[in-house]
Ligand binder design. Structure first.
Ligand code: SF4
Ligand code: SF4
Length: 136
């Protein structure tokens, strides 16, 4: 399985080698998609993690035992369906094709959370500010 999660670090936990432990102790492969590190405040890291389901669950339990807050990234990346006018501009910058033109649905723009890596390029180009990424 492959999942993307957001980890929130309290200011006194950012120096712990937790990502290293995920790989070494739980045999999980990780890819750091984003990291905002603030030594004197809460920091965040977005990770894509790949491995056996059981190892993933054990790894998440380990993170929680370290008092870290774990969230699926879907709740931090949203599209305001009332604002989106399906202009398609965002699909030209979305490298992972999380945003795509759905030709089966009258050329409307679809959004596949599973493919999103939270790069925020769509937020910058959307003319009506329909895309939102809130990690803070
Ligand atoms: S750029 Fe904005 S308005 Fe246009 S399709 Fe993308 S989310 Fe919708
Ligand atoms: S944040 Fe990046 S990957 Fe996610 S939908 Fe927007 S452009 Fe695509």
């Amino acid at each position: 399985m492959k999942k993307r999660i957001l980890i929130r670090f309290k200011k006194n936990t950012i120096d712990k080698p937790i990502v290293y432990r995920l790989a070494k102790d739980y045999d999980l492969i990780f890819n750091i998609l984003r990291a905002h590190v603030y030594p004197k405040a809460e920091s965040i890291m977005v990770l894509e993690i790949e491995g056996e389901e059981e190892n993933f669950e054990r790894g998440m339990e380990y993170l929680k035992s370290k008092n870290l807050q774990i969230e699926p990234i879907e709740q931090d990346i949203t599209r305001d369906e009332n604002k989106c006018v399906h202009c398609g501009i965002c699909t030209s910058v979305c490298a992972t094709e999380a945003l795509f033109i759905d030709r089966m649905k009258k050329m409307r723009v679809g959004f596949d959370y599973e493919k999103c890596v939270a790069c925020e390029l769509c937020v910058k180009v959307c003319p009506v500010k329909a895309m939102n990424v809130y990690f803070d």
